[in-house]
Ligand binder design. Structure first.
Ligand code: NAD
Length: 418
């Protein structure tokens, strides 16, 4: 197993090298940025409902703690690999750096199809994974959060297991918890709301407004549903959405609250009676103002980048466009708001949750959303400025801006021992 096995990790490092070059990053510092600090691999034995024991593989990759404790989600998916988790951990470091948060980057994953687990099996898996990670996580060490296949309930189980093992309640070990046990108002929808805030900024630069624009959303989980809902509430027309079951399309615009009620009952968008079915490939190629890929990585590649018919892409997911695709899109003047900026709303509000927990003082949802907007839009402006100054695309500018802050911090802290 090697970090470089996966295309996503190789793409992330290539992007880092290109951006470091643009901002003249110190080569010794760059060498260190290219490798995660630590990777933990655990075997997770789980008692299944039929009494058999299955052993799953779990990872936690801790990329950098230069700016603060490691921070990053935990993903449950059948295709999770060490290389993918390492790529995601690397992106978290640069995301936190770009957003000016006092946090480093980490990520976790378990190679399991969560849709095949009962609630009890998922709980057993989560508790044993937490216990295997032991003191490698903690409020001052490494703070997980939800990602694909995990949610607030998963975080509650992690918090409880960790607290049982240390002997007292430790809500600060995770973010994205339910509000009843120390979660922040606004956390669940934060990533989707951040996607909408950055889409609004991008539209401004194209002299357009969100109201009346057409939007397509791939992925209808945490990020996709909230992005679609908040955009719909602000007057955007959502032409199509999709999930793992396929897509649905209505050129007049979908009624998102009605669709959410359907999905709450049927779990997937497939079969929604008030729209036409559409494949995921067709959906990505639909003519629209804003395309928001909010599902998986590597969905826009050199093969379909030429077919994209959107003016703006806002990356709700991590790594949805490959490097080759990004180049093609840039040449075709499709403005792409990269993941580390566009989906930063989640980690910003995770940071707020951590701060509120440390202070034992909780804010209103309006306060949370307003403070998040301030951070994400300031980061957008900083990236836009660097893009104009260096004449590069938004992705390189976002990474370049993140590299600059981390580089300064690494040089100040120095290398131990020298
Ligand atoms: P989720 O599990 O809630 O939802 C994922 C969605 O993608 C589901 O609707 C699923 O059906 C769909 N999907 C899966 N495979 C698909 C395919 N082949 N085609 C189309 N749709 C497919 O996950 P999430 O939390 O919404 O995360 C989605 C992405 O956003 C991931 O890349 C994640 O890393 C990123 N992200 C999430 C957060 C967060 O706060 N949840 C924050 C930052 C980034």
């Amino acid at each position: 197993m090697d970090y470089n096995e996966g295309e996503f990790f190789r793409n992330s490092i290539k992007l880092l090298e290109d951006a470091a070059n643009v901002v003249n990053c110190d080569p010794n510092v760059l060498e260190r940025m290219k490798r995660p600090k630590r990777a933990i691999i655990v075997s997770i034995p789980v008692r299944m409902d039929d009494y058999r024991v299955k052993v799953f593989t779990g990872y936690r990759v801790q990329h950098s703690s230069t700016l603060g404790p490691y921070k990053g989600g935990i993903r449950y998916h059948q295709d999770v690999t060490l290389s993918e988790v390492a790529a995601l951990a690397t992106l978290m470091t640069f995301k936190c750096s770009l957003l000016n948060l006092p946090l480093g980057g980490g990520k976790g994953g378990v190679r399991v199809d969560p849709t095949q687990l009962s609630r009890t099996e998922k709980q057993n898996l989560t508790r044993r994974y937490t216990s295997e990670l032991g003191t490698a996580i903690g409020p001052n060490v490494d703070i997980p959060a939800p990602d694909m296949g995990t949610d607030a309930q998963t975080m509650a189980w992690i918090m409880d297991t960790y607290s049982q093992e240390v002997g007292y309640a430790q809500p600060g070990v995770v973010t994205g918890k339910p509000v009843e046990i120390g979660g922040s108002l606004g956390r669940t929808g934060a990533t989707g709301l951040g996607v909408v805030f950055t889409a609004e900024k991008a539209l401004e630069h194209r002299k357009m407004k969100l109201e009346g624009t057409t939007m397509v959303v791939q992925g209808f989980g945490n990020v996709g549903t909230h992005a679609a809902l908040y955009a719909h509430q602000r007057g955007a027309k959502i032409l199509a959405v999709s999930d793992v079951s396929g897509g649905i399309h209505d050129p007049k615009g979908l009624d998102i609250p009605d669709l959410l009620r359907y999905v709450a009952e049927h779990k997937v968008v497939k079969g929604y009676p008030k729209a036409e079915p559409i494949s995921n490939e067709e959906l990505l190629a639909l003519k629209c103002d804003v395309l928001a890929p909010c599902a998986l990585e590597n969905v826009i590649t050199h093969e379909n980048a030429g077919k994209i018919n959107a003016k703006i892409i806002v990356e709700g997911a991590n790594g949805p466009c490959t490097n080759e695709a990004s180049k093609i899109l840039h040449e075709r003047d499709v403005l792409t708001i990269p993941d580390i900026l566009a989906n930063g709303g989640g980690v910003i509000v995770s940071y707020f949750e951590w701060v509120q927990g440390l202070q034992h003082y909780f804010w209103t949802e309006d306060e949370v959303n307003a403070k998040m907007k301030l951070i994400i839009t300031s980061a957008f402006d900083k990236v836009w400025e660097l893009k104009q100054e260096k004449k590069v695309d938004m992705r390189t500018a976002a990474m370049g801006s993140a590299v600059r802050r981390l580089e300064r911090a690494m040089l100040l802290r120095g290398l131990y021992p020298r």
